[in-house]
Design a protein around this ligand. Structure first.
Ligand code: ADP
Ligand code: ZN
Ligand code: ZN
Length: 731
């Protein structure tokens, strides 16, 4: 590890603090009584407020001491380690983000500055419960499995599946003893020596290959068909990491997947890991943040922001479903968690496992180039086989008005219903219909704030803008020509498909899975668990269902419109369509019964549809790679998007033109600038959006050039500028 000189500051000495405030520079303070060291998290005065900061280094401003205010106090948490310090600096440089925003990302736990408060906990008492009921037995078992440590009432009731009155009664009887404990309890230790599932030869070979990576930095692409047991394999990599006494992080693309995953971790290691995502309580977040820094949580499962926790000794990062677009954050700090995971691991001397059945072209290419190791799982685990795939040629089939399910798909669903198996109808469109128009005048209802149509959501009985989330009542008359009852839907969304499904199969139990239909992460989680347990015969879903869920009874997947993603004109249209349809088809036949995927298409001969059907993955990646190479596009070239937005279209364009006319800094590195052009969605939330695209060769110092290029720019009015390095989408 790098040996940086331990910089300590005696009381009253000047030091520089990075705060989470958007100031873009360090602020000088005097060290508090008791002194400070670099990395200390501190509370400092800023104007009339107290803000969170981190001691970043010696003062450089040369301001006289008496001008400086003093640090209020050093927080009772371990100082930021060099590794995280470097990570934030490097990530800020890479994404062209102010460092303060990076610190903000790394301190997103509430109440860090409040001292360790006490909470109510229970320990095992000496008395036996007066009468041993099942519920009371389960409570005692929970204490057993947590090694007798003190537990909160929430932990007990959840783990034992009992109400709080059971716990309180047991306490009254002396079977439990109530007491106090510091709020932020360490997490119970995961035990890597518990027996895992016996592995197949293929899986064992993959585990051995991962272990051969050693314990320094290294990246492995774990490519395995859906259902091959990638999770089982990388859990063994987690076990190895735990044996070395280091911490493991597993990133999941979708919080609906967490619950199932936590159960698998518990089955493998005896207890649950720490959990970090938007559905976790504030106290729990604070606890995890602290315990990560103290090394008292050995495994963390989370969303992309878990990458910014202050781990004491991170030894492994797994990025599950690494191709998933949700790893790219598209607002605020625009970063790709997959790439930042590799950066952090390189600084922490940690291993990275990128797991996917359909890797991103970026990772595939890195493996091809020998930068990443690659480990393949070729078959589904056990008797499960990959689903058969067939195209349903819609050409020449005239479906009745408002119908989207072709007869052959209907027959296939009939057969599943008769056999008591589940079917999934996949359509990546939320709402009732993508377009609502007036029969009399052709008017389409658009969002007031965006260049985007309002989508009817019949379940909510509202129109909704998918760009800004604005909603409006569904009008009974056309807002333009005032004709009563003239508004009618065009094209299908999942809610309309639901209507058709219910009319075709009135007795079937139908469930719709679409992200807008669930008020909370928990509701979604419960619905997914219910479906897995067999509570639905037909599942209708958006891309939400494509992500890694395991529905054992599901044997048929019907893709309603396989052509949907092919026409975006987006650089990644082919790649995304391939990934999405492969993934969703992979939901079928994951257990003993064989699966079938039917793709409704008007272009059965399209190369992407052909690649999906043939299962020739390598051929597909190779063709896609050749095409990108020929165009010098990512991953064989580099892109950056510049997005100017303003309430004034003129301002946005003026700034865009100014940049386009002064490209010298870019030309110096051989980069080209394209635009300005209106962004594909030219207005969002009332702001006009103008885009420029910078294209450079792979090895070019793109960020440096962009920084120099943007430096002289003074933005007028409320014009804002955002830089998107390695953009994933072009909205
Ligand atoms: P993937 O992540 O590759 O899609 P999973 O790890 O989810 O695959 O495994 C698919 C299914 O097969 C899961 O239900 C899992 O429990 C089961 N499975 C995989 N490997 C084994 C094994 N070695 N022993 C028992 N069950 C396994
Ligand atoms: Zn009209
Ligand atoms: Zn809108």
């Amino acid at each position: 590890m790098q040996a940086s000189p331990v910089s300590t500051f005696a009381p009253g000495e000047p030091l520089a603090v990075l705060t989470t405030q958007p100031l873009d520079r360090l602020l000088d303070y005097r060290a508090p009584e008791g002194g400070a060291v670099i990395g200390d998290f501190v509370e400092v005065p800023l104007g009339p407020r107290k803000v969170l900061g981190c001691v970043w280094g010696p003062s450089e401003s040369g301001l006289p001491l008496e001008k400086l205010r003093a640090v209020i106090r050093v927080l009772d948490v371990p100082p930021m380690r060099d590794e995280l310090h470097s990570f934030l600096m490097r990530a800020a440089e890479y994404t062209l983000t102010p460092l303060s925003l990076m610190l903000f990302l790394a301190t997103r736990a509430p109440g860090l500055s409040s001292g360790p408060a006490m909470i109510r906990v229970f320990r095992l008492g000496d008395a036996e419960p007066v009468r041993m009921t099942d519920a009371r037995r389960r409570v005692l078992d929970v204490f057993d499995s947590y090694g007798g440590s003190a537990l909160t009432i929430g932990e007990i009731t959840r783990a034992a599946g009992v109400t709080s009155s059971v716990v309180n009664t047991m306490a009254a009887q002396g079977a439990l003893i109530e007491g106090e404990a510091p709020k932020d309890q360490p997490y119970p230790r995961l035990d890597p020596e518990l027996a895992g599932k016996p592995l197949s030869e293929d899986q064992q070979a993959a585990v051995d290959a991962l272990a051969a990576g050693g314990d320094g930095f290294g990246v492995t692409l774990l490519k395995g068909v859906t259902g091959s047991g990638k999770t089982e394999v990388y859990l063994e990599a987690v076990a190895n990491c735990l044996r070395q006494g280091r911490q493991a992080l597993v990133l999941l693309p979708e919080i609906g997947l967490t619950e199932g995953f936590l159960e698998r971790v518990e089955a493998r290691f005896g207890v649950r890991p720490g959990e970090w995502h938007s559905g976790v309580t504030m106290t729990e977040r604070r606890r995890l943040w602290r315990m990560a820094g103290e090394g008292r949580v050995s495994m963390v499962v989370g969303a992309r922001s878990a990458l910014f926790l202050p781990y004491r000794d991170l030894g492994l990062i797994v990025v599950d479903e690494e191709h998933d677009t949700s790893y790219k954050q598209d607002d605020g700090v625009m970063y790709n968690a997959r790439d930042m995971a590799v950066l952090r691991a390189s600084l922490a001397s940690a291993q990275v496992v990128l797991a996917s059945a359909t890797p991103s072209l970026e990772s595939w290419a890195n493996a091809e180039a020998g930068k990443y190791k690659r480990v393949d799982l070729h078959a589904r685990f056990g008797v499960a086989e990959l689903p058969k795939m067939r195209a349903l040629d819609l050409r020449g089939q005239k479906l009745p008005h408002g119908r989207w399910i072709a007869p052959a798909l209907k027959d296939a669903v009939d057969a599943r219903l008769a056999a008591g198996e589940q079917s999934l109808l996949f359509l990546n469109r939320r709402g009732y219909a993508p377009v609502t128009t007036c029969r009399a005048c052709g008017h389409q209802i658009a969002c007031e704030n965006c260049d985007s149509r309002m989508v009817e959501h019949r379940f909510l009985n509202r129109l909704m803008c998918h760009q800004c989330g604005a909603t409006a009542p569904v009008p009974t008359a056309c807002p333009e020509c005032k004709t009563e009852g003239s508004m009618h839907p065009i094209g299908p969304g999942v809610e309309r498909l639901d209507e058709e499904t219910r009319s075709l199969w009135p007795d079937a139990r139908v469930a719709v899975l679409s992200s807008d239909l669930f008020g909370s992460a928990r509701a979604l989680k419960e619905q997914i668990a219910a479906i897995a347990a067999g509570a639905a015969d037909i599942v209708i879903g958006t891309q939400l269902v494509a992500k890694g869920h395991n529905f054992p009874l599901l044997t048929l997947v019907g893709v309603i419109d396989a052509d949907l993603g092919l026409h975006g004109g987006d650089l990644r249209a082919a790649e995304r369509t391939f990934q999405l349809i492969r993934q969703v088809a992979g939901r079928a036949g994951r257990h003993d019964k064989p699966g079938l995927a039917l793709l409704q298409t008007h272009q059965p001969d399209h190369p992407v549809i052909q690649a999906i059907l043939s299962g020739d993955d390598e051929g597909f990646w190779q063709a896609e790679a050749n095409e990108r190479k020929a165009l010098a596009m990512p991953p064989y070239g580099r892109l950056a998007g510049i997005i100017l937005s303003s309430t004034s279209l003129e301002h946005a364009f003026e700034m865009g033109n100014l940049l386009a006319r002064n490209p010298e800094a870019l030309h110096k590195i051989g980069a080209q600038v394209y635009g300005p052009a209106p962004a594909p969605i030219a207005r969002v939330r009332g702001r006009h959006r103008v885009r420029l695209l910078v294209k450079a060769a792979k090895g070019a110092p793109l960020q440096q050039a962009i920084r120099a290029w943007l430096a002289p720019l003074k933005l007028p009015g409320d014009t804002r500028l955002a830089v998107d390095i390695d953009p994933q989408s072009f909205w």
